[in-house]
Design a protein around this ligand. Structure first.
Ligand code: KIV
Length: 302
């Protein structure tokens, strides 16, 4: 693939060499997913309008320009440059070690590879918890250096001042409750959250995030009935991952749903076996290299 050019506006084009999508109108279509492209990126207002219409939508993770372009062309309205990149891109054992300097280039690539989706940058562990000021500095880097349209952070009431400051600075914030992987050591492992009385704490956290001005809330690995109650109690969209079918939206890490994770969680459904496709293709190519049948005459220059 050729050089990928830095975009100068949110509605700028796809990577060089990739065909652009025709634009339809300057207004959001009647649906978030499945409508004709609008010629601009999805906004927080579009997501709120979808909630009011009772319309569900998909969010997917992305970490590079090529896959971002594929998902964007498929009409996915929101892409998350998750700190899950710690594992699926950088090979760490958890999300904790990944840094802002490691995530920013990935977020920039996803922005450059897409033109319709809202791109959300995940604030890494240790880059927003200390103070609202620290959160503003980190979020500003994601907005200015990567060009994302929104940021995500984990936690409820304890990050309320952070969310309030970011929102007052004009930065759209996606909250994340339930199994928050950055706190996995405190939560006692990757376990279902919000059972019993903890459900009321989560409900209060969701309300706190809504009143602080968050535009959406990720609900990770919580009981389906709690996710349904939260979804009915807040006016902003909920995005479930292991939270049952009642949330307004669903999110998955793309490598999980495409069969690239050998040990996916219970909530993951595998939609393709990309691992086998890659294994077979690289094996066939290697065999042909060894046999001397690749490159063939059609691949030569004279
Ligand atoms: O980092 C991530 O990919 C996430 C999603 C799974 C919600 O936070």
């Amino acid at each position: 693939m050729g050089e990928i050019h830095m975009s100068t506006s949110a509605a700028s084009g796809p990577p060089a060499g990739v065909p652009s999508t025709p634009t339809a109108s300057s207004d959001q279509g009647p649906t978030l997913y499945g409508a004709a492209p609008t010629g601009r990126r999805v906004t927080t207002r579009d997501l709120l309008a979808a909630k009011e219409r009772g319309e569900k939508w998909p969010m997917i993770t992305a970490y590079d320009a090529i896959t971002a372009h594929i998902f964007d062309e498929a009409g996915i309205p929101v892409m998350l440059v998750g700190d899950s990149a710690a594992m699926v891109v950088y090979g760490y054992g958890s999300t904790v070690p990944v840094t802002v300097d490691e995530l920013l280039p990935l977020a920039g690539a996803v922005v450059r590879g897409s033109r319709h989706a809202m791109v959300v940058g995940d604030l890494p562990f240790g880059t927003y918890q200390a103070s609202p000021q620290q959160a503003l500095e980190t979020a500003s880097r994601f907005m200015k250096e990567a060009g994302v349209q929104a940021v995500k952070l984990e936690g409820g009431a304890r990050v309320l001042p952070q969310v309030e400051l970011l929102v007052s600075a004009g930065i759209p914030v996606m909250a994340h409750l339930g199994l928050t992987p950055q706190s996995v050591n405190q939560l006692g492992g990757y376990r279902v959250q919000g059972r019993g009385e903890d459900g009321e704490i989560l409900m209060r956290d969701a309300k706190a995030m809504e009143s602080a001005g968050a535009f959406a809330i990720v609900l990770e690995v919580i009981p389906s009935d709690l996710a349904e109650r939260v979804t009915r109690s807040v006016s902003i969209p909920t995005i479930g991952i292991g939270a049952g079918p009642a949330t307004d939206a669903q999110v998955l890490v793309w490598q999980d749903m495409m069969g690239l994770n050998p040990r996916p969680a219970k909530f993951v459904k595998q939609y393709a076996d990309v691992g086998t496709v890659l294994t077979d293709a690289v094996g066939t190519w290697a065999d042909e290299v060894v046999a001397g049948t690749y490159p063939g005459p059609e691949h030569e220059y004279h």
